[in-house]
Design a protein around this ligand. Sequence first.
Ligand code: NAP
Length: 634
Amino acid sequence: MELKPGLSALVTGGGNGIGKALSLALAKKGIFVTVVDFSEEKGKEVASLVEKENAKFHSDLPFKSALFIKCDVTDSGKLSHAFKKHFETYGGLDICVNSAGVTTPPVPFHEDQPGSTNPWIKTINVNLIAVIDSTRLAIQTMRAAQKPGVIINLGSAAGLYPMLGDPIYSGSKGGVVMFTRSLTLLKREGIRANVLCPEFVQTELASVVASNIDQMGGWVPMEAVVKGAFELISDESKAGACMWITNRRGQEYWPTDMEEAKYRLASSKFRRQTSVLSQVNLHLPKSFEKVVVHTLSHNFRSATKIVRTPLSLPIKPGHVLVKVIYAGVNASDVNFSSGRYFSGSKNDLASTLPFDAGFEAVGIIAAIGESVNNLKVGTPAALMTFGGYAEFTLVNARHILPVARPDPEVVAMLTSGLTASIALEKAANMESGKVVLVTAAAGGTGQFAVQLAKLAGNKVVATCGGKEKAKALTDLGVDRVIDYKAEDIKTVLKNEYPKGVDIVYESVGGQMFDLCLNALAIYGKMIVIGMISQYQGEHGWKPLNYTGLCEKLLAKSQTVAGFFLVQYSNLWQQHLDKLFLLYSLGKLKVSLDPKNFVGLSSVADAVEYLHSGKSVGKVVVCIDPSFSQQVAKL
Ligand code: NAP
């Protein structure tokens, strides 16, 4: 909603504090205001100031540009009269600000007050019940006017986290926050209700904390509150939004998208889409092709070959046959082909050859074995077991991850997306307000790490090699992109982040590891995701020595933690649902490398391409283009 002359607003508690500031700020935009307050003196004064401001925009109005209505907001009849009067005067209601509020007198709520009602009830009545009542009346008035409207309820930072000195106030404001956040659906009829939660603002209400305000983060300037309210009014996308304002962190929305994704059930939208693609022609051939590792080598091309294998029916009990449509390419494909990711001696490993290559894919269930009750032929499925580089693959039904669609974006969410999501949550314990550094950030997993760190409310620094990748990262919202082909990473980090970075999502290894370790702040955490620069040395992957590592960690209370996705399989489905939800809400982008790799014969090309350093986003092989076209149409 554009704040422009001729709109009208009703402000409860408009005679004082935040209500007064907002009444005057609205008047400065030429907006008519009804000031509702129980103090006649203060309310009238604000109304006359509003009129003065409004005179700059309007002349010869047939009505007063400001009204004052004396009203205790807990008196529902009088409050209703205020809305009625406003509607009669201005012919509608564009904005309603519910600012009237009180704190609880310093009497413990758990002690009875002889002969009188406990004072905490008044706090609940004014701060919560009256806000609900006033919101109700605002909705009715806006509906009657048949025009869009915005309601701003004043919560408080004490509604987001506990206020130990005044639990009743905190409880009432927590109620306002959750009440308002639950009004999102009103947007369907053009009414947006949002809640504003500033920390301490210098008003009469907050005078109780004045003596130790410095320890409490200092006063939040009134201008910040007005700016926040105006953003909630103007930004059409904000409905059920909660804005938190502090001096420490500025203006931010709570919960962050990442926090929200934790409790929002992916299910309704997700499950509706997890359909059975019954129209896909699932003809089962007598044999099919797959890529196998026939000799152990970090050179993927020479380690692998394509073989034809019979399709044996019926399917093993407890198993399903998946028709693979897209397979994901990973830096670690060369570690699997060299046997590096398997335990045991090289001789033991050699005896298991040949084994199936590829460890992630999406497709459609083509056949099911006995005793599989939860899956059907035609169900889109993802898998993270060996055998992804194949036209068909047999998978234990327990390892199937049902997905909404067998699309390439979903392949990207598997190893790459899940690594970022689970590593940042579990290994890095990522919170918000930190500086997060991501290396190889424009790659398969890096792209997810930068976005998830951003969604959690962090500053994100990302490294990459090349202009195209730098542009892609800027488009993903990265705060500082360091293209190491154009700038020296060490110099940038030293100059721009002198205190160091708090979290590093590191997947390059070698010199990059050392550089990141030196850039780590006190208490910093570096998560070792991989070491792609070492995988394909002349004689394969040779471990490095990190001289002085322990001393560095000790001196700054730092942590270096490893992360290997296979050890977190219990979290795969939950995090995949979260990623898919963020993606379907448009909050997470999935970048796919534009180079087309089609058919099993292109798998080795794709693996080499990923290691060439040229890829941007996730590298995916379309195993069967005829199927991908059929599915894309559904
Ligand atoms: P990717 O990031 O898409 O890999 C390609 C990027 O890595 C390149 O664009 C390049 O980026 C960088 N790179 C490639 N070769 C390099 C070299 N020799 N020296 C320096 N940089 C090089 O690949 P990914 O599959 O997503 O894997 C990224 C890393 O995450 C790998 O280390 C992988 O092993 C690891 N990973 C670990 C797990 C786990 O569970 N721990 C799971 C998935 C992936 P720039 O030149 O732009 O920096």
